[in-house]
Ligand binder design. Structure first.
Ligand SMILES: [Fe+2]
Ligand SMILES: [Fe+2]
Length: 256
């Protein structure tokens, strides 16, 4: 049987942030990277779905590239609300100029990865400019047969927790994205990060998955509307594409 194409997704390492609830971001990322490198199958590519750097500093991106590079697969990054588009663009040699939205697509072989920058500089919540969604529509129309994963930082889903939903993607932006996705059946999944917790939903009939953080996870409380962070778990996502079908799986590690 043919081996599937494997895309590992890690998210929200927050390199440069001081320890939170006793967790050091660099050590935690190292543990997740080691777990990916120790998988029975070598992954073919790595997606990092934002908040790589706590302060958007060049040294933080250099460290991210060095640590994640230990996986030994090409790395594809997108900005989170803690990242700096200009610095990230320069550090990873990404398309576009300056602090323009960081939208791009890359052919990984059997899978196409299309990145839509969901960040709004200076804000925690996300959103899209109309021109970005026009670009996405045209981009997807250009490769209609290619199984595609669309990636953002703020995932297009509702958590039911007021604080999170306020800091995520507003309904109008989710709806605008859905109207593009529904025209393109080759989109197999929409993936994001930002929530520091595994969450799943659907948009335009396609699965939406938020990856866990490699750093600290959120413990939801649906009554107080406040999100607290906890130290014990970290993880990553593995997307496996075989014969055009995508399976999205989550690996959770207990902290050492
Ligand atoms: Fe984050
Ligand atoms: Fe974030």
């Amino acid at each position: 049987m043919s081996r599937p194409f494997l895309l590992a997704q890690i998210s929200d390492p927050h390199l440069g942030e001081p320890p939170i609830v006793g967790v050091k971001p660099k050590k935690a990322l190292r543990e997740v990277v080691a777990a990916i490198a120790a998988l029975p199958n070598q992954v073919d590519a790595v997606l990092v779905s934002g908040d790589l750097a706590e302060h958007g500093a060049a040294a933080e991106y250099e460290l991210a590239a060095e640590l994640i590079g230990a996986i030994g697969a090409p790395i594809h990054v997108l900005p989170g609300n803690h990242d700096d588009r200009t610095t990230m663009r320069a550090a990873f040699g990404l398309p576009g100029t300056g602090d323009a939205p960081l939208d791009y697509a890359v052919d990984l072989g059997p899978l196409r990865l299309t990145i839509v920058d969901s960040t709004i500089p200076g804000k925690v919540r996300g959103g899209f400019e109309a021109a970005q969604l026009e670009w996405l529509d045209a981009e997807l129309a250009g490769a209609p047969e290619q199984p595609t994963v669309v990636a953002t930082h703020q995932p297009p889903l509702v958590t039911g927790i007021a604080e999170w939903d306020e800091f995520n993607l507003p309904a109008a932006d989710r709806g605008a994205l859905a109207r593009v996705i529904e025209r393109h059946p080759q989109v197999r999944a929409i993936v994001g990060g930002h929530l520091h917790r595994v969450a799943a939903s659907s948009l335009a009939g396609r699965p939406v998955v938020a990856a866990p953080s490699t750093f600290v996870q959120a413990r939801p409380n649906f009554e107080t509307e406040k999100v607290k962070l906890r130290d014990r778990f970290r993880g990553f996502v593995l997307h496996a594409l075989r014969d055009g079908e995508l399976s999205t799986q989550v690996e959770i590690l207990t902290a050492t």
